[in-house]
Design a protein around this ligand. Sequence first.
Ligand code: 16G
Length: 244
Amino acid sequence: MKYMLDKNTPIPLYYQLKQWLVERIDRDELKPGDFILSERELSEKFEISRMTVRQALLELVNEGKLVREKGRGTFVAEPKISQGLLQLTSFSEDMASRGMKPGAFVVDVTVDNASTFLQKTLHIGAEESVLIITRLRMADDKPMALETTHLPLSQFPGLEHQDFNNMSIYKYIKEHYGVTMASASQTIEVGMPNTKEAKLLNTNHASPILQIERVTFDERQLPIEFVKSVYRGDRYKLYAKLER
Ligand code: 16G
């Protein structure tokens, strides 16, 4: 069946094709993971050039609506998670509130002396040890972020013996040490993943990431955590409600 784009309006054909695809995604006729017809098939279906099709698909890939995978083709992207910026939540809480299954896969756990930076950030002495946990965070078993958490062992004695796979650190710390995360300061920058990050996050080198650093404070305003995270840019958008 042939579809007609309106060749008599000043609206460019590539834009009309984009709108056609976006409408079908918005109406759920095309769902995340569904394949999009090839450039050749779309150009035949709409009787337009392959160049025109290419431009429409490329823009939708750049806007994060479609994903292109070498050797597989182009398909509809998963919708992005809208992450609120003003509430202090844990990854596990965030995913559970969206009806998704949170997960944590431990990549590395070490105990190290506090670096000068960590001494300052966590208000600890040079002789104090820091527990460093790197975890891949999953939502419904799909990798979303890579987090490296630094915790002062003086505040959490024995924590180094805990298995951090598929568990919530915030919840554990509250239940076992009576420490509640009360506030945090956070910076967010855009970057590109290194080879290890791209591999663990199952993304490619050309996909931008969000680099997030957080210092979390307990109810006494004491810093108790420093976290460096790398979030998949194609899976997250940041949200804040602004008031005048
Ligand atoms: C969030 C926090 C991270 C915290 C983690 C605890 C950001 C950028 N990071 O991912 O600082 O360590 O939650 O999650 O939001 P958990 O309680 O599920 O282990």
